[in-house]
Design a protein around this ligand. Structure first.
Ligand code: URA
Length: 209
């Protein structure tokens, strides 16, 4: 079973409160999501391997650490995932960004890919799938499946808020994927919204409501 990591740093929890607040305006909402994404990136990159290099300081030569191993790839699920990309890139500017767009088939209710554009070396990268809301888990599962079908194997999932139903669904379908969230909420309501949640993340990020 993949690891479930709740990023409960006080700064993240504080900012998440204002992200949830319906009176928070679009500009502030976007900035807060960006800031929380940076803070979560700090946690999600904690296990990146290091290697030793020699550095000549003005005083002597010494062993120091630099990041080694796989380069990162960020895979936002369109469109709400876009709101978290810049905040992560602030800490890992060399990461490449791929995009996955999904819609729900009105008859089968299954997610269908309508746009997939990935870095050419995506199989060699450690990937972070990004979606602010892990609701049913349908989109996250489909995005991870899309990556695996293209040869990717090292995948993490990063969300702001998760419903228990979504966590369960991803853990069942992709037990190799670690999940990072800022909060686990109570349940999904009949309209598919996470309760208490923050409403529609895409609408609140882009001011479309
Ligand atoms: N997507 C959202 O944007 N909000 C929810 O509560 C659930 C899914």
């Amino acid at each position: 079973m993949g690891k479930l990591f709740v990023c409960d740093h006080p700064l993240i929890q504080h900012k998440l409160t204002y992200i949830r607040d319906e009176s928070t305006l679009t500009k502030d909402f976007r900035e807060l999501v960006d800031e929380v994404s940076t803070l979560m990136a700090y946690e999600i990159t904690r296990d990146i391997p290091l290697e030793t290099v020699q550095v000549k300081t003005p005083v002597t030569t010494t062993d120091c650490k630099v990041i080694s191993g796989r380069m990162l790839g960020l895979i936002p699920i369109l469109r709400a995932g876009l709101g978290m990309v810049d905040g992560i890139l602030r800490l890992v500017p060399a990461a490449k960004v791929g995009h996955i767009g999904l819609y729900r088939d009105p008859e089968t209710l299954e997610p269908v890919e309508y746009y997939v554009k990935l870095p050419t070396d995506v199989q060699e990268r450690e990937l972070i799938v990004i979606d602010p809301m892990l609701a049913t888990g349908g989109s996250a599962n489909a995005a991870i499946t899309a990556l695996k079908s293209r040869g990717c194997s090292q995948i993490k999932l990063m969300c702001l808020i998760a419903a228990p139903e979504g966590i369960h669904a991803v853990q069942q379908t992709h037990p190799d994927v670690d999940i990072y969230v800022a909060a686990i909420d109570d349940y999904l309501n009949d309209h598919g919204y996470i309760v208490p949640g923050l409403g529609d993340a895409g609408d609140r990020l882009f001011g479309t409501k």
